[in-house]
Ligand binder design. Structure first.
Ligand code: F3S
Length: 751
């Protein structure tokens, strides 16, 4: 490679391709003949075919070649199982797996980690051996949260990263376009297939001024969330620009990008800044810092670039904000919180303050919070709330331990949890408040939907900067404004915090702490990936059957779904999460939330051969046992919600071959195609009403299946009478090959 700069110190043989990005940008610029935004430069810089790719923002589907794939342990299981079943020897792009989601917070970091290693041994062993065998880096439990590790080791300005976690955009703080995706997309890229993304729109956020006092990067995104709301970023990249960007640290920009997920944005992104250079240098990447400085003309928007929407924020005027409860876009400036909280009857007592998580656990965050704790300790002021600290990575933990911050937190009575997601993903054995009791918690995390942290729907969770969370934990009251209010110390004296201070980066450099990374070995042919056939949590995938070349004739309709049917209705989360690596076990949740049009009930359908009523997965299993394929009929926007591929895999696993609906959510439609199921839509939506639950369903025209060509549905009534109507399908030539082979993976394997 002419540039010769390794993408990561952990992967000395993978190189940054700045010249390729540059070449692509030039091709696209000539074609479009207009200035480009930064996100366009990075996205188009990774096009598979920049010469012929159709490029219309918000319309075309782009085929892209990401630099890297990252997976967390909950989603990596199915992604790796699918990759294994593709039969390829090694992943095609640098990829890593991070053990962060399965560690439950209960006592403290050390004890909880030891417990998690025992409880999840089988899953960790599988991930570790599969990573070694197929060439992925493996970050062991205790190493930290995926997004903190990625910004410390893998992100760089101009990179395109995809990750099987919605807060992957965190890497935008270091100038990467980093997008959260489903496991099936990750598998495609690992198998060298281009990644498809709808050409994003671009929302510009112009930052002017400079943060000061109590205002922090978190307040920037809390403000943006308040303006754009939870849906406002859908289909768009949020791109920051303006003189204010130069005043924020790289990890602070990471916080802002991380929480962009809360407004539904594809990702968020910052242009190249000197703070990125400082961060790269302090994490031993001076070579990348130099290369990106030389490339910096491509790491900012062109003069006159067009944004679909622009927001302007003056950082100098920003006051701290607290968002919540129950939704991250309900924004209240701290000066108005006491009155708003009273008016809404939110519980005033702050039961728990939680700092850290992937959103806010940088050295700077920890240092600023510790500066407040030191003030309180000096004044003899005790904590009034339970106070927990989640370091984002082993590197942050070791460095903040060495530099005394963690000692300061402990001295005040704080509990340092494991370097893991913990309470942020509901892995929290919370003891202080019984379930059902209304109470208030305040976190420096990103999501605060009902029940997310502790499974208690009565918990009012608020989101704020770690500094505000820390101050609130000493006040113990939601009406407290640290900028103006005093707290009375046990000696009777009034105490007022002075604004927090902290260093952006450790002056003594980072301490890497314990080595928790497993490199993929140079030679892996002798490595066995073992999955116990008796396991309840893991199961190797068997390839689905290839198409037999004939039309589908006289199939039963498993369920005709009425109304909303999201991926949660098709494959519920919650307690089912533990079966994410076991397709047969998790299939016991297939469509159990969908409403049957025949009786208006969930999870109760008629077996069309015996007439008996049963649960959806049970009836499907009975058909499967007799080798009878079946069909699902659905309503509008079928499969909206998350990109989880289990919603498609389960249907295929239990014998579903066709899903006919009024309209699809795009990702679910693609996921069905990937698993060899045919998604079709009514040419005339009113034909939905023609379908009776006991009709026999045939799909005709498959022998001439071609892009853009309608297929025909024939219903055979009990009386023998038949009804026919046309249906639409959106297969392209490549997707047709998936169908014929039985699945995208089968096709991949045979070519
Ligand atoms: Fe983990 Fe919460 Fe971040 S679940 S990845 S710490 S959003």
């Amino acid at each position: 490679n002419p540039e010769g700069i390794a993408m990561s110190r952990l992967e000395p043989n993978t190189y940054i391709k700045y010249s390729k990005i540059h070449e692509n940008i030039n091709i696209v610029k000539k074609r479009l003949n207009r200035p480009l935004t930064l996100s366009e430069k990075i996205v188009y810089g990774h096009l598979d075919d920049p010469i012929n790719q159709d490029i219309v923002r918000g319309e075309s589907y782009l085929n892209l070649r990401p630099d890297r794939v990252i997976c967390q342990d909950a989603t990596a299981q199915m992604a790796l199982l699918q990759f294994i079943s593709a039969g390829l020897p090694q992943v095609a792009v640098p990829s890593t797996v991070h053990c962060d989601h399965l560690i439950q917070a209960k006592i403290d970091g050390k004890v909880d980690l030891a417990e998690a290693i025992k409880t999840n041994k089988e899953v960790y062993d599988f991930l570790s051996s599969a990573c070694a065998k197929y060439g992925l880096g493996f970050w062991k439990p205790g190493s930290g949260i995926i997004h903190q590790i990625v910004i410390e080791n893998y992100a760089f300005p101009g990179a395109l990263i995809i990750g099987t976690d919605s807060h992957t955009p965190n890497a935008g703080g270091l100038g990467s376009v980093a997008v959260g995706v489903g496991g099936a997309d990750a598998v495609d890229v690992m198998a060298n297939i281009p990644w498809e993304l709808k050409c994003p729109k671009v929302i510009g956020v112009k930052l002017t001024g400079k943060l000061s006092g109590w205002a922090s990067p978190k307040d920037v995104i809390l403000e943006v969330a308040g303006i754009l709301t939870v849906k406002g970023g859908t289909g768009a990249i949020v791109e920051y620009f303006g003189p204010g960007v130069e005043t924020i640290s790289a990890t602070g920009m990471g916080t802002i990008c991380n929480m962009g997920a809360e407004i539904g944005a594809t990702t968020s992104l910052f242009p190249f800044t000197e703070s990125m250079v400082r961060y790269l240098e302090s994490t031993n990447r001076s070579d990348i810092a130099n290369a990106s400085r030389k490339f910096s003309h491509n790491l900012k928007a062109d003069e006159g670039a067009h944004y679909d929407h622009i927001i302007e924020i003056d950082l100098s005027k920003l006051e701290p904000r607290i968002n919540g409860p129950f939704t991250p876009d309900l924004m209240t400036p701290i000066s108005k919180l006491a009155a708003t909280s009273k008016a809404n009857n939110w519980p005033d007592k702050v039961s728990v303050g939680l700092i850290g998580s992937c959103t806010n656990s940088s050295y700077e965050d920890m240092d600023k919070s510790a500066s407040l704790v030191k003030q309180a300790l000096g004044a003899g002021l005790p904590l009034k709330s339970v106070f927990t600290i989640t370091p984002g990575s082993e590197q942050v933990r070791a460095t903040t331990e060495r530099d005394g911050m963690l000692g300061t937190f402990r001295e005040a009575g704080g509990v340092v949890l494991a370097n893991a997601c913990g309470p942020c993903i509901g892995q929290w054995d919370r003891q202080d408040v019984p379930k059902g009791t209304p109470n208030t918690i305040i976190t420096s995390y990103n999501r605060n939907f009902t029940g997310r942290n502790d499974g208690n729907i009565a918990t009012h969770a608020f989101v704020a900067s770690p500094e505000i969370v820390t101050a609130m934990s000493f006040a113990g009251s939601l009406s407290f404004n640290p900028m103006t209010d005093t707290i009375t110390t046990p000696s009777g004296k009034p105490f007022k915090f002075t604004p927090p201070t902290g260093s952006e980066l450790p002056s003594k450099g980072f301490d890497l702490g314990e080595d928790t990374f497993q490199h993929p070995p140079a030679e892996s042919s002798g490595i066995e990936v073992t999955v116990d056939p008796k396991s309840k949590r893991l199961q190797l995938l068997a390839p689905f059957k290839a198409w037999d070349g004939k039309d589908y004739i006289n199939m039963p309709i498993l369920i005709k779904v009425k109304g909303k049917c999201t991926t949660d209705h098709i494959s519920m989360a919650g307690p089912w999460l533990k079966y994410r690596g076991h397709l047969d076990n998790i299939s016991n949740n297939m469509l159990i939330g969908a409403i049957n049009s025949e009786n208006g009930e969930a999870n109760k359908i008629r077996n069309q051969f015996t007439g008996e009523w049963g649960a959806v997965p049970d009836v499907a299993r009975k058909y499967k046992a007799q080798d009878i394929p079946w069909v699902v009929v659905g309503d509008e926007n079928y499969g909206e919600g998350s990109s989880r591929e289990h919603a498609a895999l389960e249907v295929r696993h239990l014998g579903g071959v066709v899903v006919l609906v009024k309209s699809f959510a795009r990702i679910h439609e693609t996921n069905l195609k990937k698993q060899g199921v045919i998604p079709v839509t009514f040419a005339n939506p009113a034909d939905y009403d023609l379908i009776r639950p006991d009709d026999k369903f045939s799909l005709l025209g498959l022998t001439d299946f071609a892009p853009g060509k309608q297929l025909t549905v024939r219903l055979t009534r009990k009386s023998g009478e038949t009804v026919e109507f046309p249906v639409n399908q959106s297969f392209n030539n490549n997707q047709l090959k998936w169908f014929k082979a039985g699945s995208a993976l089968n096709y991949m394997k045979s070519h």
